[in-house]
Write a protein that binds this ligand. Structure first.
Ligand SMILES: C[S@@+](CC[C@H](N)C(=O)[O-])C[C@H]1O[C@@H](n2cnc3c(N)ncnc32)[C@H](O)[C@@H]1O
Length: 427
């Protein structure tokens, strides 16, 4: 019996929760020489410390599992590691830990800030100053909670009054600075603390969850006075300890990561030689990354420009243009990204992608045919693919003969290599 009842927010939360690499039985196709390593990379071992270092600092839907990033980076020849869709910066951080030059890119301004924070190597004195600064910022902000300020209705609907004014007072103080310290972004501590505020915003708000951008209609008790301030200081303290771990774990000789806030289809000209591109592109029609972080941009006063329109495979855009067009556009976009970023690969270099099936309306979008087409168009061959089943789509069907069962979704780890030298591929 087909369940045609629309999914609840909770169902959607389960379906859309961070999918990446939850392990499970694997199916492998391709070169047998890569099978064991790729399967192991896609299956995090029990007890892997996935919240260690700064990995759990900030929520980001669809994060790559650090075990997968680490395993793939370890397979790369000497050279830099790039992630054109770095999101919250898992791959750049893992590249630093492996002693590599990291290149990370994402369209999303919040992702850029979070990746920047997560890859800092602050001295012990700086992390102590971070904790002290958080207290000082809250002290000033506390005195400004009641200050008259204009709040747009667009923002007001996401918070109860107390939480909103605590959040806005913190944001103002961090942006403006004080005579004794500069504001963000001039000052690394203020900049870091803005990311701290960003990390707790959804929790402080009435948004259902990080990936469900709706106001929670369930009645909650009003936020107690000082609650947001308390979280802010506590998160700063936790982050300080996490950053201390990063500083100890990353060798001093490793160069600063090159972090870019750009469209992955437009590749910077001056990239270093790349040993590998390790990335997780947006899955077709699954997430609206920009919408997930809109609240953060509003509170932090971050200009968003045309970010929403430039997101590849966004759910919102895919539903607007329809399945056929969305599929073609996804292939073209992936091809542009793959062409640009694989051009700088050293001999023996590879592209490894974690990518999954998507959904447009009630139709399943199988991603492997799209990736295969995009790769072939730019002279990359798929040498190995590990696939694992994920929770079923919400009432979605594959195309073709009517099949009453909901379609199982798959997530893949795909290894691609250039078939030709770069010059020949450009022709
Ligand atoms: C699956 S997530 C990557 C998550 C990341 N691997 C991590 O561990 O946090 C996909 C990312 O692609 C980004 N994105 C979407 N369209 C983009 C574009 N045109 N250029 C650059 N980044 C884009 C989104 O902002 C999102 O962060």
């Amino acid at each position: 019996m087909v369940n045609e009842v629309p999914p609840s927010d909770q169902d959607i939360a389960k379906l859309r929760r961070s999918l990446s690499n939850v392990g499970g039985p694997s199916r492998y196709r391709g070169d047998p020489a890569l099978k064991d390593q790729l399967e192991a990379a896609f299956t995090p071992p029990d007890g892997f410390p996935e919240r260690a270092l700064t990995h759990a600092f900030h929520p980001w839907p669809g994060r790559m599992h650090p075990h997968t990033a680490r395993s793939l980076i370890a397979m790369a020849p000497e050279g830099a590691i790039a992630d054109p869709f770095m999101g919250a910066g898992t791959v750049p951080l893992e590249a630093l830990l492996a002693g590599r030059q990291a290149v990370g890119n994402d369209l999303n301004p919040i992702g850029h800030e979070v990746a920047w924070v997560r890859t800092r190597r602050f001295s012990k004195a700086a992390t102590q100053a971070l904790v002290a600064r958080a207290k000082a910022v809250w002290k000033v902000a506390e005195g400004r909670i009641e200050a008259p300020r204009r709040v747009s209705p667009e923002l007001a609907r996401w918070f109860d009054t107390q939480a909103l004014h605590e959040v806005l007072a913190l944001s103002e103080v961090l942006r403006e600075g004080r005579p004794e310290w500069p504001g963000s972004p001039a000052d690394p501590l203020s900049r870091t603390l803005r990311a701290v505020l960003s990390s707790l915003l959804v929790k402080a708000s009435r948004q259902v969850s990080d990936s469900i951008t709706k106001v929670d209609r369930v009645a909650h008790d009003p936020t107690p006075v000082g609650r947001v301030g308390h979280w802010f200081k506590k998160r700063a303290q936790e982050l300080a300890a996490e950053l201390d771990e990063v500083t100890v774990a990353v060798s001093r000789e490793v160069p600063e990561p090159l972090l870019i806030k750009g469209d992955a289809r437009e590749v910077p000209a001056d990239l270093p030689a790349l040993a590998a591109v390790v990335s997780s592109p947006p899955y077709p029609g699954v997430y609206d990354y920009f919408a997930h972080h809109l609240l953060r941009c509003l509170v932090l006063g971050i200009e968003t420009g045309s970010v929403a329109d430039r997101e590849i495979g966004s759910r919102r855009q895919s539903e607007r243009i329809g399945l056929e067009v969305a599929r073609d556009r996804y292939v073209d976009d992936l091809a542009r990204v793959l062409r640009g970023w694989s051009r700088g690969l050293v001999p023996g270099g590879f592209v490894a992608l974690v990518i999954g099936d998507g959904q447009v309306g009630k139709k399943v979008v199988r991603v492997m045919p799209l990736l295969t087409k995009a790769a072939a168009a730019v002279g990359l061959q798929i040498r190995g693919t590990v696939s694992q089943a994920r929770p079923v789509f919400s009432g979605a069907r594959d195309e073709g003969p009517a099949d009453p069962r909901p379609a199982p979704k798959e997530e893949h780890l795909v290894w691609l290599e250039p078939t030709l030298v770069p010059e020949a591929r450009d022709e």
